[in-house]
Design a protein around this ligand. Sequence first.
Ligand code: SF4
Ligand code: F3S
Length: 380
Amino acid sequence: MPVIGDGFRRELEARGISRREFVGFCAGVAAILGLPKSAVAQVARALETKPKPTLVWLELQDCAGCTESFLRASKPSAADVILDLLSVDYHETLMAAAGHRAEAALADVVAKKPGEYIAVVEGSIPTGNGYCTVGGRSAQQIVDDVCSHAAAVIAVGTCAAFGGLPAAAPNPTGGRSVGDAVPGIRKLVNMPACPVNGENLAALVTYYLTYGKWPALDHLHRPLFAYGKSIHDACERRAHFDAGQYVEAWGDAGHRAGFCLYKMGCKGPATFHNCPNVGWNEHTSWPVGCGHPCIGCAEPAFWDRMTPFYEHLAGVPGFGVGTSIDRVGAWATAAVAGTFTAHALVQLTRRKLAETAAKKQRAAESSAAPPQPQPKDKQP
Ligand code: SF4
Ligand code: F3S
């Protein structure tokens, strides 16, 4: 008698995903989750054998960037695997059905599976009159109905998690986060960033399918595996920050040498996300990695709090660590300028630079040795 996993494997094969690539995917998400190598087999077994939970994906006041990010993740794409693991009964961008038939599918899930399905919400919830209606219902009515009956709600992207761009001042549509719009949600997981990182979303769903529970969250309902450390903590340019080596102007020698972008407005010290470790576009790079400051896109009200993006904002609200960082930065700058020479600083800088170089080396070696898509040092 065929085991449940046979069907799943056939589905993956039909999509051109080999067993080897599937195990590589499992190793990748295990690394993002910070799980030991021994957990990879457990993850693979769980994904192959667990029943498919039902998922509905709502798109409200959004640009569909999170859907795009999810679909364009690594190969095999997160979507390739996850969409086979889930029963996606409603997704406005992906589903073939439209109009009344599509809305009937959504109503069916809510009526027949209350407390069983997962709702993913993309976009903020406009509360002003006449904004964003789907199938004759307002966004607020839809989330009241769908999210309050879901077993769990995953708010993907900064718009759904915190209101995002639509809620930026003066917030003409009265945009709100899902958590604010529907206070009675049973389990809320916020996955902010603009857009959500598809690898993180895949890791979140994989964790739930493997362990039957959601990972630990912080006070903003964000999973710690993806939002437990600041960008600054893991940044590859951190050694230059510690050494007081900053980019002073776009394209200057410091910029070309990969110096710290703090003075160009980098909000990495006030932003919590795992971009330096997980990266974007199939792990090829990330904003700071390609010479652009972090603009804090994963933080609440980033459009209001973190602008102007290209200015250093020492007094930005929430720059809690920034106060001491400003002091450290000033001290390091002074040291480099020759006010004094700190042996410890030099040692620290050398060690940090050596660690960064070793990390890059390991990453290069790992990527050349299949089937390990996610090197150990990529763990947060
Ligand atoms: Fe990296 Fe920005 Fe921190 Fe500099 S300020 S080390 S560029 S995160
Ligand atoms: Fe956003 Fe900063 Fe990452 S801008 S994508 S949180 S590096």
